[in-house]
Write a protein that binds this ligand. Structure first.
Ligand SMILES: Nc1ncnc2c1ncn2[C@@H]1O[C@H](COP(=O)(O)OP(=O)(O)OP(=O)(O)O)[C@@H](O)[C@H]1O
Length: 341
């Protein structure tokens, strides 16, 4: 299933444009992440796709058909939202079975078939032992997992998820990510999920749409958005990036000494022997970060910047760059932008 959003605008009052002219298209079978900081319009866009929010301008096409005026029910989309309300009077099992029982008579499943569908889903979201509990007796994270199982029970062709793993601890979160990816591939789903977690988006998604203040900054594969950020916002949002001050530009980025804004990621800063080319600096501190070596450097004007040495080279480098060592800094890769906002 493919979704096309054309010039979508959604306002709340005269001042707030929660979505401000977004155009994007998903591909059938893809897992697309909507990524952006708090308030960037991710949830509003997802709700608009679901049909829970109507646009002030623009269109939403589902498989080429205009769905802008269709209700959520008519769009036949499975969704899991933050704090999505489960049916309070139904057990966990019955919540997950709900969509299966609500089918038209000729498609209805037997009790045994429903059990065969529901129990493995509960097992996958680690809620099997809670099958008979009511939602009120569950934690927020547990409710979220039930909501996910419920959305999946009907095997929707389009699945919308709003921060589905937000309430879970890091380990369970990683497991569920892997499981979601497998499930998405196995069922041939098209999935759009909202997250503010860069790592989650880059790890899980086929493509990432990066939103900022209701606008689409970039849509691309994780590799594209990380390695070729379209805007300074994307460069900074997807990891550390140093805005190269004009006075350092010639020495740090010698192949592109002039024009626009240059940004450099810490792991793209090269440490050279002192006295040669590069920006003179002194190593002040080193620390390990996830196996890589973080190097805090002091420039001649007293400002400090960070470089990061990759895991494979960190051990060897550590001996050579004790605090106090003089080095020259040069950017291996710089991201260049026309104008600095
Ligand atoms: N019902 C509403 N009434 C008024 N303003 C709203 C409403 N819903 C959202 N907004 C505003 O619209 C903007 C976008 O909100 P949205 O929830 O889409 O952002 P988000 O990127 O999902 O944020 P978060 O990550 O915090 O959930 C925000 O400025 C928000 O305050």
């Amino acid at each position: 299933m493919a979704i096309r959003i054309e010039g979508a605008v959604k306002r709340y009052g005269p001042k707030v444009a929660a979505i401000d002219g977004v155009t994007l298209e998903t591909r059938p079978g893809e897992l697309l992440a909507l990524l952006g900081p708090s308030g960037s319009g991710k949830t509003t866009l997802l709700r608009a796709i679901a049909g829970l929010e109507f646009l002030d301008a623009g269109r939403i096409l589902i498989d080429g058909d205009d769905a802008t005026a269709l209700t959520a029910r008519e769009r036949r989309i499975g969704f899991v939202f933050q704090n999505y309300a489960l049916f309070r009077h139904l057990s966990v099992f019955e919540n997950v079975a709900f969509g299966l029982r609500a089918r038209p008579r000729r498609l209805r499943l037997t009790e045994a078939e429903i059990r065969d569908r529901v129990l493995p889903l509960l097992r996958t979201v680690q809620m099997e032992e809670y099958a008979e509990r009511k939602p009120a007796a569950l934690s927020g994270g547990q409710r979220q997992r039930v909501a996910l199982a419920r959305a999946l029970a009907i095997e929707p062709r389009l699945l919308l998820l709003d921060e589905p793993f937000g309430a879970l601890d890091a380990k369970v979160r990683r497991e569920l990510r892997r499981w979601l990816r497998e499930l998405h591939d196995r069922l041939g789903l098209s999935t759009v999920f909202v997250t503010h977690d860069q790592e989650e988006a880059l790890e899980l998604a086929d493509r990432v749409a990066i939103l900022n203040q209701g606008r689409l900054e970039q849509l691309g594969t994780p590799h594209e958005v990380y390695d070729s950020p379209a805007t300074p916002f994307v460069a900074e949002f997807l990891g550390d990036a140093l805005r190269v001050p004009p006075r350092l530009r010639r020495a740090l980025v010698p192949d592109r000494p002039h024009g626009g804004l240059a940004m450099v990621r810490p792991h793209d800063i090269e440490l050279l022997p002192p006295g040669g080319p590069g920006v003179p600096a002194i190593v002040r501190r080193t620390a390990s970060r996830g196996g890589a070596l973080l190097v805090e450097l002091e420039l001649e004007d007293g400002n400090r910047i960070e470089a990061e040495i990759a895991r494979g080279d960190a051990h060897e480098a550590e001996g050579r760059i004790a605090p106090g060592t003089r080095v020259g800094l040069r950017a291996r890769i710089a991201h260049l932008f026309d104008d600095a906002p």
